[in-house]
Design a protein around this ligand. Structure first.
Ligand code: SAM
Length: 466
């Protein structure tokens, strides 16, 4: 019992990737929340630092988070830490020996790695670091190839590559527990994907979105602007059933011009279902259909565990919706004659987001999450621009820079109230109901900024989110 209590005081060290810094905290919080665990950082927590110390967790929680996290490289059971090697030694010698012993006995095999952040150490320096740890009571045999236990000495030399200190700012030593899912970024890269379009979402960001949305096994996930289904691919990897809609017939049916260099037309079977098949998750595919997100086509009920989407910004793809400039009145029976062909009209960004929030308020299950991208002209961005809805609580708002003057924000909201609970008129006056404020600024300033800079590269990186 005493051992169990002691182990519960163990701290865990996460080593995070130093990209997409804003997305890391909401990801880890969401993944812990999925396991019913709070995010409890140890003293001196610094969000931008590559190393986070967490407490009040069990090893299985850490393994569970690592099985999902795209922002984390590795996790360790923290055995000791300090600002100097001498502090580290004191800290390690204070670590309960009963917590160490099962990993150090004479029949065990082990290896010690040395990792340095923001500095490269010569091989001989690494060996010296390992030799200096002889005060630890390792009784097992070293095995470099297939050790039972891996330990790591991690030295943090700060985050400024132009000012690398001689000595590390902080040092950690711990037992390696698991790696995160960084490998998914490569194995799901859109470069090798069967069906892609001009705006296919980057694999890493798709997984981050699925994590922010707390997508889990057997969830039902919907993308109303599905495109080539990159977000469905990520959600299906985590075991969710997926479906989506898009206004574009060619995209939904995998027809028309190819986005691949040297390919004029899309080949047969270039569609979203084939993308899921490529990754072995076809059984999670429900369907996709041609539909305009501005028009209600769904039964009026809470259906989806998560809504994850990347709405059109009107830069690479047009923001259109069905409708007519002429006043075509709906026939009395509600059915248009067969010859009726709806024309399209502009779909302003502010309307897109108002519709998306309203749709989510109606069609998410209670506690379900909406995760979507909001484009902003960042010199004028302020938090008040982010649309709000009284049925949805804002969970996180993370920035990804796109170009010198535009960025997009990954917004996560959680359903906290049924729309029926709102008094319709009161809700329009509700300060928590706020439409998107930046619609004109984004498009106009995007293009005027582009013209001023005249940079094709800027545009390319903006739309690709690089
Ligand atoms: C940014 S793209 C989505 C890309 C997608 N995440 C992917 O990975 O391929 C936006 C999509 O919204 C679609 N769209 C534009 N207006 C729409 C509308 N009114 N209703 C539904 N889809 C619409 C476009 O055809 C486009 O495929």
């Amino acid at each position: 019992m005493a051992t169990a209590n002691r182990r519960s005081c163990v701290q865990y060290l996460l080593h995070l990737a130093q990209d997409n810094l804003d997305f890391r905290l909401p990801e880890i919080k969401a993944l812990l929340a999925l396991r019913g665990k709070p995010f409890r950082p140890c003293e001196n927590f610094k969000e931008k630092c590559p190393f986070w110390c967490l407490e009040d967790l069990a090893e299985e929680d850490v393994r569970g988070v690592m099985a999902r996290s795209v922002c984390t490289k590795s996790a360790f059971e923290l055995w000791g830490h300090g600002r100097t090697h001498s502090e580290l030694r004191t800290s390690l010698l204070n670590f309960p020996s009963e917590n160490m012993s099962s990993f150090m006995h004479k029949d065990s095999t082990y290896r010690i790695n040395v990792y340095t952040f923001n500095k490269t150490l010569e091989f001989t320096e690494r060996i010296k670091r390992i030799d200096a740890m002889e005060y630890l009571p390792f009784k097992g045999t070293v095995s470099l190839k297939s050790p039972q236990h891996v330990f790591c000495l991690l030295e943090d030399y700060g985050t400024d590559p132009n000012n690398i200190p001689e000595h590390p700012e902080y040092i950690y030593f711990g037992r390696w527990i698991a790696d995160g899912q960084r490998e998914l970024i490569r194995s799901y890269s859109v470069k090798n994907r069967h069906f892609i379009g001009n705006t296919s979402m980057d694999a890493g960001l798709s997984f981050i979105m699925a994590n922010h949305a707390k997508v889990k096994e057997n969830d039902l996930v919907f993308d109303p602007f599905v495109g080539t289904g990159s977000l469905l691919v990520a959600c299906s990897h985590f075991g969710a059933y997926v479906c989506g809609t898009d206004i574009d017939y060619n995209t939904i049916h995998g027809r028309g011009r190819s986005s691949r260099r040297n390919h004029k037309w899309r080949g047969p079977d270039e569609n979203i279902r084939a993308n899921l098949r490529q990754y072995g998750t076809e059984k999670m595919y429900l369907d996709v259909m041609v539909s305009d997100a501005s028009k209600p086509v769904w039964r009026e009920t809470a259906l989806f565990d998560a809504i994850i989407t990347d709405p059109p910004y009107g830069i690479r793809e047009s923001t259109r919706r069905t409708g007519s400039h002429k006043d075509i009145s709906k026939p009395a029976d509600g059915l248009y004659v067969e010859s009726h062909v709806p024309v399209s009209q502009a779909y302003h960004l502010s309307d897109i987001f108002t519709d998306l929030l309203n749709f989510s308020a109606h069609h998410l299950v209670m506690g379900g999450r909406l995760v979507y991208w909001l484009p902003v002209y960042w010199p004028e961005y302020c938090e008040e621009m982010v649309p709000l809805h009284p049925c949805l609580r804002l969970i996180s708002n993370c920035e990804q820079m796109l170009s010198s003057h535009t960025s997009r924000r990954l917004i996560t909201m959680e359903k906290i109230k049924e729309p029926e609970e709102l008094d319709t008129l009161a809700h329009l006056a509700d300060p928590r109901f706020r439409p998107y404020q930046g619609h004109n600024a984004f498009r106009e300033k995007y293009f005027s900024g582009l013209n001023k800079r005249g940079s094709k590269e800027d545009h390319k990186s903006a739309v690709n989110g690089e």
